[in-house]
Design a protein around this ligand. Sequence first.
Ligand code: XMP
Length: 508
Amino acid sequence: MDYVLVIDFGGQYAHLITRRVRDLGVYSEFLNAESASLEEIREAIKGARGVILSGGPSSVWEGKHDHIARIVVEEGKPALGICYGHQLLAKILGGSVGKAVKPEFGPTIVSVKAREDPLFNGIPETIVAWMSHNDAVLQPPQEAVVLASSHGSPIAAFRHGAVYGVQWHPEVVHTMFGLKLIENWLKLVGVERNWRPEHMVDKLVESIREAVGDGIAIAAVSGGVDSTTASLLAKKALGDRLIPVMIDHGLHPAGEPWRSVELLKKIGLEVEVVDASNRFFEALRGLTDPEEKRRVFGRVYAEILEEVAESHKAEYLVQGTIYPDIIESGRRPGASVIKTHHNVAGLPGEFKLKLVEPLKWFYKDEVRRIAFKLGVPKEIIKRQPIPGPALAVRVEGEVTREKVEVVRKADAIVREEIESEGLHDRLWQYFAVLLNSKATGVKGDNRVYGHVIAVRAVLSVDAMTASVARLQWDLLERISSRITSEVPGVVRVVYDITSKPPATIEWE
Ligand code: XMP
């Protein structure tokens, strides 16, 4: 299949490049320059229709990635360098890179000098572009044409044969005409824009078949869209050699896991439910640190999966890990660990099962399209994501059965009220969190000192960023009064009005 390769040099926005190219209907793969072997990189470059070199924190002085840029140029691939990638390509082609006269961070005015160049088709002469650099291209490569400039980077864009470089970040929404520039570049590459995530079904099934051979796999299902989709793909690949397993850890939201078990049965996934709530509460007892809680949850979860696998003589574990999980767990070298997602970094190093993660390069909305193609019921496709450790990360501090019951009841009220307003389809997630602090209230004629519930509702496309849902006051007041009157021990309800970033979606 035709693809555009994105080589990631550790840039903050590198993953967005792949995202944009895919949104434009071209399959794109992402390869990290530090973790991939040179052979892998060479093969991927050779096979690609075009290559994008991302930004990154290094300086081209260090010479760390010269060999990679050289392969791109020697292979004669159409290329687009962004920020660090722009400087790297300029250097390899004989230009010079040095400290910028004026480092540029944030919105920057760029003057397009060569509007006749197809890269700038439909883009005005002056744009505001997102920049983030200390170094700059000071001398263009010989025979290169300078296409744009800004105050701090006189050579803000150049063309040298099939190679383009831009100092700014077209992948960032704050850059005017950024998507247009990427679209223009894809036209120059000549790649057809007909890729859709749902076209990947056969390839994904085949890759699972290849990975598992004639082995046996268990699949960890939660009832969410990711694990259901991964399990269905594995079911297609392996038939009866796939055993879907649901671990009942006692931390599910109200009505679960049984509602999911019923739904999954309808689409041919007969799930084995393992009752393990005592083990989880026991292991979580006394733990208050969020990362510690996730790690311990992950360890117990992994132990149980290993036991179940052993009982079925399975060597493989199919998981619904998706791309944001990988990025946020810091599996990509150079990216800092934001949270330990139990289904990724939480697995112990000595984990015995071999992982099969067919969805690990897809964003949530892409997974939803694949799910739709596979006939997954709408209720599952539209279901809001639940973190792997479920309500354990929605109870701040120590997790006890009593506290889980409080947050479960409050959460059910939040869901009921929001869904009865028909807002379900419009929101990414909405839930309740039990805070670690207590507050004073008056119930009847008595002063009480009780729990505080935070309500969170956000809008998002792929959970990488999120904005606060502006719920109506009437709705919020109804939620608050129902929680304080129906959930014993709760005296106060607050609404979280923080976007991501700077906050994350979950509280822990
Ligand atoms: P944050 O809180 O990092 O969440 O902004 C981003 C998305 O990921 C979900 N999430 C998790 N999913 N295991 C998961 O499988 C986890 O440990 C986990 N923590 C957060 C979160 O609900 C949101 O949709």
